[in-house]
Design a binder for this molecule. Structure first.
Ligand code: ADP
Ligand code: MG
Length: 295
């Protein structure tokens, strides 16, 4: 039980990423490689480069060659039917132990091989996942959990650790930015939180950890429209030219608030189509029938 709690802490302490398609034509509206005043600007640095990623769970292949490339400053949306492998992809990138990588590479920044790092090392290096189903960690207070996770990240960056009082000040500002009251600090991590409160707590972790790449797995599910706007504001406040975001979502609605540069469709463990924001609008109108015309 203690070991499981420790693992959950590690995985919760992970979270965050961003990507772009490998071998596909860049949509004209790409945020990087912008053409300004007739001068072609240099492309931003690649943050995450996933090539031919294959992974299995309990000997069943789930990911069958995923390719995606995310540069600094980009927002990528991954959409796709239930069971297509979106959550598996996000969990493999952060190192969830239930999944076995059977092929491919995941490079971070200037070529660090993420697959060689332990989950906590990935988190400390700035890779973050906001879980589709955040776990509850009974017996651990939210405030202690957040402070320990943030201090681990700061130590990895060579920054001084926060003491509890200093951290309280940092927390106050970030919590109001995601619409959470300070009452949640003394609660046990996610214990008894509503679906929406868990999602806000995930975004709070992202805001505090300041990852370089954040993967948000269906962060919009379970949120009412006001909470969705608050959470989207939190994500937009975090978004910068130096980090990347991968949004996994079923709904165009979230993309009205967080504008993607690229939209990818995952089906049967592969990214089968990539394009710009218009792809999400097409999906909204026509659904996923094109993936399986015989259906
Ligand atoms: P999505 O997020 O696109 O809905 P998932 O990645 O959650 O899809 O799941 C893809 C497939 O992998 C599904 O068939 C699911 O049942 C299976 N799968 C994912 N995780 C596990 C697991 N830990 N054990 C068994 N099967 C799993
Ligand atoms: Mg999922």
């Amino acid at each position: 039980m203690a070991r499981r709690a420790a693992l959950l802490l590690v995985l919760q302490g992970c979270r965050a990423l961003s990507l772009s398609p490998s071998g596909t034509v860049a949509p004209h509206h790409a945020s990087c490689a912008a053409r300004m005043g007739g001068v072609m600007m240099a492309e931003a640095e690649v943050l995450l480069e996933v090539q031919d990623l294959c992974a299995s769970v309990q000997d069943t292949p789930i990911l069958k060659g995923v390719n995606i490339r995310v540069r600094r400053g980009e927002v990528h949306a991954i959409m796709g039917p239930n069971g297509s492998g979106k959550s598996t992809f996000s969990k493999v990138v952060v190192g969830h132990p239930a999944y076995e990588v059977t092929g491919g590479t995941v490079n971070f920044r200037d070529g660090e091989d993420l697959l060689d790092l332990e989950p906590q090392e990935r988190a400390q290096q700035g890779v973050f996942l906001a879980f589709q189903y955040p776990v509850e960690i009974p017996g651990v207070s939210n405030a202690d959990f957040l402070r320990l996770a943030v201090n681990k990240r700061r130590a990895a960056l060579g920054e001084s650790e926060y003491d509890p009082i200093e951290f309280f000040g940092v927390l106050g500002e970030k919590m109001s930015s995601v619409g959470m009251s300070m009452d949640f600090l003394n609660r046990e991590v996610n214990s008894g939180f509503s679906g929406g409160e868990k999602k806000r707590n995930e975004i709070l972790q992202m805001a505090l950890l300041e990852p370089e790449i954040a993967i948000l797995d269906e962060t919009d599910s379970g949120l009412d429209i006001d909470a969705l706007k608050t959470v989207a504001d939190g994500v937009n406040a975090y978004k910068s030219d130096s980090n990347g975001i991968v949004l996994i979502t079923h709904y165009q609605r979230l993309l009205d608030y967080i504008k993607p540069d690229y939209v990818h469709i995952m089906s049967k463990g592969q990214i089968v189509k990539s394009g710009g924001p218009e792809l999400a609008l097409e999906l909204e109108a026509e659904g996923y029938a094109f993936l399986d015309p015989a259906r």
